[in-house]
Design a binder for this molecule. Structure first.
Ligand SMILES: Nc1ncnc2c1ncn2[C@@H]1O[C@H](COP(=O)(O)OP(=O)(O)OP(=O)(O)O)[C@@H](O)[C@H]1O
Ligand SMILES: [Mg+2]
Length: 633
């Protein structure tokens, strides 16, 4: 007894400490978070650090900021890092910034050039002080004077608010520090060209300072990281110009200053909407953050160990603290299947499972805790998806109504039919997006954002498995598992399953008998009934298996068929006919209800094609069961 309570206490203690970290890198890297100890060095991290890739693209929650935070904290004497986050309040100013004489994109590029060059200038000064002590160069001195004159602090970790930068660019950038002549010479036919010339002049002096320092190869490099662009982005031409302006500026900075690399972190939805002339020149710089099952599981395992103790093995986590299986899936498959392959998803879901278990007073996370957490998590994910795409696809919330309280398997035809009922309303409500509200447009978007997967070769494929578009001939889709609970679409075709009953107990109750007194009195009529029920189940099974229905549907139907068959077997084989009959009738009636609903749903969901026999066979089953009910007993 004492041992048991000791073990219970230990389990409770482990669960109490178990924690998977905070939702976003900024908080997760601060005290109380787990990013610093639990960071996994991914390919995207290494590529950004080495400057091999300068455009890191990822979905919300995929770990863009985590890479920035960890690069900024990298304990590497050969690397100085400056993270640049545009401030939200400057959004309007940045988007609205133009300069006469140059394009909107070039004007926005000037803002970025200024910010990135200032960080470079600060780096040069700091580096000169730290690594070239004793040296004195006039170029370094004028650079220092220039920064002071323009109100730039020499702290690499701080950059000016963007609205201030814009004010400075608009009024004037003081070049006096580089000599009166330089300042006077910046004349130009338009304000836009003047700013460009001013920035060229600054470049020239920063380069001169770098040339004077003549750093050997092993000296520190500067890594400029630009993150959180989404804070100042809204889906319009000015926002696009702001992003392309940044890409152009980052390229310019890296090609102008040898020891500098600039890496831009961008949300994939923003990048994918971007159309700009030189996009082909950025292909080689691009890297998409991509998470696979094993890496996500490593990520949570590491976090579990940091929080609950280094001795926590994967076995203990996944077969001790969590139950080994959830439904038919291993617990790890189940948990990963609930994510859109992003660290934030798995962290949130694991935390929620753990919190639910604690709330329910359990020592470890049990099946019902996970089921409960899955409902809450599902509604988070649905709401997060709406928020993630609020700017690009503001109508998502209205589209999701089409998927509420239905099966999670969706055919192109049934979606077409449902969409046509609300398309007119959507077109009126979202007049800017009228060209989207047709079945192909909607399917493309819902696939792209991970809400729907496509059934390919009998398996579900989601955008994170294959980011290419769905093909026009593809006809069957699935709602992603993480959204099903929130939409109350947890059955593949939304047919109430055939629930098995504990018939033995019911017979006993009816006859007032004890278990051992059930006799095996087999009669001719019951065997015939049994045979007929088995035959029709076999026929339906055969046609289901031969059909092109998605495996999720097949699995659910087969499960119901097995229950009907086993109920019929118990009832009709084992029991005295007279008693069994009322229950037999109940089995037959419920089986009939099941087949009838299945027929209707398969029909309304348009999941069958002409070659599929299922519809005919299921209707035949309904008829047979009808005749069984009517047969005199
Ligand atoms: N490589 C990693 N190793 C460990 N944890 C990670 C890693 N990448 C991301 N995370 C964790 O995943 C969560 C989400 O990451 P992060 O906040 O960086 O996403 P993001 O792409 O910046 O999202 P958003 O677009 O919303 O800003 C955070 O808790 C972060 O600490
Ligand atoms: Mg971020």
């Amino acid at each position: 007894m004492a041992v048991e309570s000791g073990a219970g206490d230990a389990a409770r203690e482990t669960l109490a400490h178990l924690y998977f970290g905070k939702d976003d890198a900024e908080n997760d890297a601060a005290a109380g978070g787990l990013l610093r100890q639990g960071f996994l060095k991914t390919v995207a991290y290494e590529s950004a650090r080495d400057g091999r890739k300068t455009l890191i693209i990822g979905r919300k929650g995929s770990g863009k900021s985590a890479i920035c935070m960890m690069l900024a904290r990298a304990d590497d004497p050969a690397l100085s890092v400056s993270v640049i986050n545009p401030d939200e309040i400057s959004g309007e100013e940045i988007r609205g910034f133009t300069l006469p004489g140059i394009t909107a994109e070039q004007a926005k590029s000037m803002i970025w050039r200024y910010v990135l060059t200032m960080q470079t200038a600060k780096f040069v000064l700091t580096h000169a002080t730290q690594a070239h002590r004793g040296g004195s160069w006039s170029s370094i001195n004028s650079l220092r004077k220039f920064l002071v004159a323009n109100g730039e602090l020499d702290d690499l970790g701080i950059h000016e608010k963007f609205w201030r930068v814009i004010e400075r660019i608009k009024s004037s950038i003081s070049l006096e520090a580089f000599g009166v002549k330089v300042a006077a010479e910046i004349a130009a036919p338009s304000p836009g060209i003047k700013v460009n010339n001013t920035l060229d002049a600054i470049d020239h002096h920063v380069k001169a300072a770098l040339a004077d320092l003549a750093c050997p190869r092993n000296h520190s490099r500067l890594l400029l990281l630009v993150d959180q662009l989404e804070k100042v982005w809204s889906n319009d031409a000015d926002s696009d110009a702001m992003v392309t302006g940044l890409l152009l500026a980052s390229k310019h900075i890296a090609s102008t200053f040898d020891p500098v690399n600039c890496v831009v972190f961008l949300r994939s939805d923003i990048y994918d909407l971007l159309e700009f002339q030189d996009s082909d020149k950025f292909r080689g710089a691009e890297m998409r953050i991509d998470w696979r099952r094993e890496a996500l599981l490593d990520l949570v395992q590491v976090r579990a160990q940091i929080s609950a103790g280094a001795q926590l093995s994967p076995e203990h986590l996944w077969a001790g603290l969590f139950p080994e299986k959830f439904g038919e899936l291993s617990i790890t498959d189940y948990i990963v299947s609930r994510t859109l392959m992003r660290p934030r998803d798995i962290i949130q879901f694991c935390n929620l499972c753990r919190d639910t278990a604690e709330k329910n007073g359990h020592f470890s996370i049990i099946h019902s805790d996970i089921a409960e957490a899955a409902v809450q998590y599902s509604s988070w994910k649905l709401q997060d998806l709406v928020n993630e795409y609020r700017v690009n696809y503001p109508y998502l919330g209205d589209l999701f109504v089409l998927f509420q309280s239905t099966g999670y398997v969706v055919s192109r035809d049934s979606l077409h039919r449902k969409l046509s009922t609300i398309a007119a309303t959507l077109r009126t409500r979202y007049a800017q997006y009228t060209n989207v509200f047709h079945v192909d447009g909607v399917l493309d978007i819902l696939y792209d954002i991970g809400f729907l997967g496509v059934v390919r070769n009998d398996a579900a494929t989601y955008a994170y498995d294959d980011p290419l578009r769905i093909e026009r001939h593809e006809a069957q889709f699935l709602i992603h598992p993480c959204f099903r609970e929130a939409l109350q679409s947890v059955s593949s075709v939304d047919v109430r399953p055939y629930e098995a009953t504990d018939l033995r107990i019911r017979v006993l109750a009816e006859r007032g008998l004890a278990v051992h007194s059930i006799g095996l009195v087999r009669g001719r009529r019951s065997s015939r009934l049994r045979r007929e029920v088995r035959n029709l189940c076999d026929n339906v099974l055969e046609s289901i298996e031969a059909s092109r229905l998605p495996s999720e549907v097949k699995t659910e139907v087969v499960r119901s068929l097995q229950r009907i068959d086993s109920d019929a077997a118990v009832l009709l084989d084992d029991w005295v006919e007279e008693t069994g009959w009322t229950l037999a009738r109940d089995v037959v009636m419920r089986a009939r209800r099941y087949f009838q609903e299945l027929d209707e749903k398969l029909d309304s969901l348009c999941l069958l094609n002409d070659r599929d026999e299922v519809g005919r066979v299921v209707r035949q089953a309904v008829k047979t069961l009808d005749s069984l009910v009517l047969r005199p007993w």
